[in-house]
Design a protein around this ligand. Sequence first.
Ligand code: GLN
Length: 196
Amino acid sequence: MGVKLGVLALQGNVSEHIRGFERALSDIGDENGSVVPVRRPGDLSGLFGLAIPGGESTTISRLIQKNGLFEPLVNFKGGIFATCAGMVLMATRVDDARVKTLGLLDMTVLRNAFGRQKESFEAEIPIKCLDEPYHAYFIRAPVATETGNGVEVLARIDAGIVAVRKGPHMALSFHPELGNDFRLHRVFLKGLGIGE
Ligand code: GLN
């Protein structure tokens, strides 16, 4: 097959996402697939999909603009697999004016939605597209409070919406790149018409 994927490599969990995509490609038997870091607009060419990793959304947003990536990301034709800070960047509305969001998923997102005591936690959560619950790592996670314009809610916990999908894009407020469960990566690839 030889599917080419990218990981936005400005700040955050870049190597974990590269490993996650590599594992998912090998799980579906694509031995010729490749995963590249994306730092400038030209790096996006030929990519089927792109991960926007967790990290600090204020920092990633600043670096997106500095590297001339804002418009190229808004117009990117592939799918985006956005996690944690990445989910913040995909939203149309966020509770922090320092983040210039890409606006690719119609939703309102609250950064750091969990108070200090629950800054980081793990939970077994049911997700609409998976048969068995998913062990999710939440690290200073955001949640979505409302969605619109075709955004499908895949998972919700008491605090709010933690997984969504629209067309080829997925956004998760937890970290599927940590641990060894790559089912959500495979769901993402399936949404791009890759694997089964
Ligand atoms: N709270 C961070 C932010 O809003 C996200 C944390 C993470 O990506 N682990 O940018």
